[in-house]
Design a protein around this ligand. Structure first.
Ligand code: HMG
Ligand code: MG
Length: 303
C-alpha cells in the first residue's frame, strides 16, 4: 500500500491563469466577487492577477483595481505574476505580499511569452527577487514547459533542474513545475519530477498541470506518490496560456479537491463552496466550465 501525504496545499490560479485566456474581459467588480468566493471556500493561496504588459494580456489590465478591492481574510495569501522590475513596482504599489516570477525551460516559449532568452529571463528575475525580498514580499517561481514545449517538443529533465536551481538560488521559496500544454503523462512526471527531487527538497516543489489531454489528475497522483504536497489548479477548470497554442484549461480545483478527499488527504477546501465560485463565473462568462465535479454538483442541484 502506497503512503500518500496527509495534507496538500492547493494554489488557486483561476483568477490569473484562468481569466488570462478568456476572450471575454471580466470586470474588476466580478473578479473581486469571484476571488471572495474562492477565499471563503477554504483556499489559502490565490493567484489573483498579473502585472504584465496590459496590451499583451488586456484581460488582467485592471490588476491594481482588483487587488485594492479585495478584503483581507485570515490566513489567505493573494499573489500575482511579475515578469520584470516594472511589474514588481506595480505589485509593491498595489500592496501585494507575494509575487511569482515566471520562466521556462524552452527558449522559443520564453521568447514568445516574455520576449527574453532563458538566460536573459534569469538575469532579469535576479534583481526582481532581491528587491521583492527586501520589501518583505515572498517570491514563487514558475518553470513552464517542463515536459513538452508547443514549439520545441520533448524537454530534457536536466534543463528543468538548471532553471529550478537558478530560481531557488535567487531566493525563490517555491518552484511550480508547469506542464504548460497539458501533454505530460504519469511516466513523464515520475521521470522529470523524480529526477528533480533527487537534488531539490520536495517541500520547495509544486506541480502545475493543465488538462488538455485529460491526464492532469493522473499526473497529480504520480506527484503524490513522489511525495509532492503542493498543487496548482483552477476553479471550474478555467485556463490556459495565450502563448502556448492548444493549452486548454488548468486542472480543475473541484476535481482535485474530490480526488484528495476520496484519498483521505486534507486540503481544507470545501467542494460545495468552491462550486459556487465556478457557477458564478459560468454566469459571468456565459459558458459551461469543464470540471467534472462541477457538472456533477450542478446535476444534483437541478434534480
Ligand atoms: P517587452 O515588450 O519586451 O518589454 O515585453 P520592454 O521591457 O521592452 O518594455 C516595452 C514597454 O512595455 C514599455 O512601455 C514598458 O514600460 C512596458 P513603453 O515605454 O513602450 O510605453 N512594460 C510594462 N508595462 C506594464 N507592466 C510591466 C511592463 N514591462 C514592460 N510589467 C514583457 C516584456 C515581459 C513585459 C511582456 O512580454 C509581457 O508582459 N509578457 C507577459 C506574458 C504573459 O503574461 N503570459 C502568460 C503568463 S505565463 C503562463 O501562463 C504559464 C504559467 O501558467 C505556468 C505554466 O502553465 O506552465 C505561469
Ligand atoms: Mg499555466
Amino acid at each position: 500500500m502506497k503512503v500518500f501525504p496527509k495534507f496538500v496545499k492547493i494554489v488557486e490560479v483561476g483568477p490569473r491563469d484562468g481569466l488570462q485566456n478568456e476572450s471575454k474581459i471580466v470586470s474588476a467588480k466580478n473578479k473581486i466577487i469571484f476571488i471572495e468566493k474562492l477565499a471563503s471556500s477554504g483556499l489559502k493561496e490565490i493567484e489573483v492577477t498579473s502585472f504584465v504588459h496590459p496590451k499583451i494580456i488586456p484581460q488582467l489590465a485592471d490588476a491594481k483595481e482588483v487587488i485594492s478591492g479585495l478584503k483581507a481574510h485570515k490566513g489567505v495569501i493573494y499573489s500575482a505574476l511579475v515578469p520584470n522590475m516594472k511589474g514588481l513596482e506595480r505589485a509593491i504599489n498595489a500592496g501585494l505580499k507575494r509575487i511569482a516570477v515566471f520562466g521556462a525551460v524552452s527558449e522559443t516559449f520564453t521568447k514568445k511569452n516574455i520576449n527574453m532568452t532563458v538566460k536573459e529571463s534569469l538575469d532579469v528575475f535576479k534583481p526582481v527577487v532581491q528587491a521583492a525580498l527586501e520589501n518583505g514580499i515572498s517570491v514563487r517561481g514558475y518553470v513552464s514547459t517542463c515536459f513538452v514545449c508547443p514549439y520545441e517538443g520533448e524537454i530534457k529533465k536536466e534543463k528543468v533542474l538548471n532553471v529550478t536551481e537558478a530560481l531557488l538560488d535567487m531566493g525563490v521559496d517555491e518552484i511550480s513545475l508547469g506542464d504548460t500544454i497539458g501533454a505530460a503523462s504519469p511516466k513523464d512526471v515520475f521521470s522529470t519530477v523524480g529526477y528533480i527531487i533527487k537534488t531539490i527538497p520536495k517541500k520547495n516543489i509544486a506541480l502545475h498541470f493543465h488538462d488538455t489531454y485529460g491526464t492532469a489528475l493522473a499526473n497529480v497522483v504520480s506527484g503524490l506518490e513522489l511525495g509532492i504536497t503542493t498543487f496548482d489548479s483552477s476553479c471550474g477548470g478555467l485556463g490556459g496560456c495565450p502563448f502556448a497554442p492548444g493549452a486548454s484549461g488548468n486542472l480543475a480545483t473541484e476535481d482535485l479537491v474530490y480526488l484528495l478527499e476520496r484519498m483521505g488527504i486534507e486540503s481544507n477546501v470545501k467542494l460545495k463552496k468552491l462550486a459556487k465560485a465556478s457557477i458564478f463565473m459560468e454566469k459571468v462568462l456565459g459558458r459551461t466550465l469543464p470540471s467534472k465535479q462541477l457538472q456533477r454538483i450542478q446535476c444534483k442541484n437541478n434534480s
